[in-house]
Design a protein. Sequence first.
Length: 276
Amino acid sequence: MYKRIISRLDVKNGLLVKGINLEGLRKLGNPEYFSKIYYDQKIDEIHFQDIVASLYGRDVLFDIIEKISKKIFVNVSVGGGIRSLDEVDKLLRIGVDKMVINSAAVKNPKFLGQLVSIYGSSTISVNVETAKIKNKYKIFIETGREETGIDLFKWIDTVQNFNVGEIVVTEIPMEGRNKGFNLDLYRDLRKRVDVQLVAHGGAGPFQNISDLFKETDVDAVSIASLFHYNNLKPIDSFEEKGSTAFLNSSKKESLNGTSVTELKKYLSSQGIKVRI
C-alpha cells in the first residue's frame, strides 16, 4: 500500500500561519498560493486547519475551501470548529473529502459516533493532540491550549470504538521544530491503532521520516513548516498577504525547507512506496 504525504495548512483569519508547539504564529501568506504549489508537486492530500475556529466558536473555512477546491483536484480534509451536521454537509458540498475532529469529539463523543453513522468511516478522522504530563501522555483540545487529563491511549481506544477511519496524532512538544518524529511514540500507537494512522509534529530530516515509515508502519505523515518554508517569498514580489517583516528578514534564511517532490524521491529511493 502506498504511504501518503499530507500538507497541513494552519489558517487564521484567512491567512496561512505557522508557529512552534501550536503557538507563536507567524503569517506566511495566502493558503491558495501554497495549496497550488503542493498540488503541482503531487501531494496526496491537503489538510486545512482553522486554528481558532473551535476556540472562538467561529465558522470554519467555507469561503477559502470553496475557492481552492475549484483549482486543485486532490483529497482535501478540514479540521477546526466542526461542531454540527450542517457544517459537515456544507463542507462536503464544496468539495471536502474528510472531516478531522478534535475538540468536539472530546467534549461530546456521541457526536463523533453520529458523524460516522451518517457519513461513514472514510469521511471522519480524529485529530489527537498530545504531550507528556508527569511521564504520561495526555490529550489536549482547543489547538493544544487546554489539557483534558484524559490518557492518550485510553482515548485512542475510545475513538476506535466509534469506527472512525483515521487517527491523526500530533505530539505538541515536537510540532514546528523540524527535529524529527518521536519514533517511540508512534511504535506504541501502531500497536493499538488498527485504522489509518497519521503522524504530525516534528517532520524534518529525511532519514527520520524514512525511519518513521519503516519502523512504525504509520500510513501517512502530515507536514507543515518543512514544506512552507521552502516556498516563502517577499510579499512585494507577489500579490499574496502575509508578514512582510518576517518574510524579508534574515530569519527566513535560517529556515530549512524542502519540496514534496524532493521528499517523495528520497522516500522512494529508500524503498518506501509513494506516488510520484
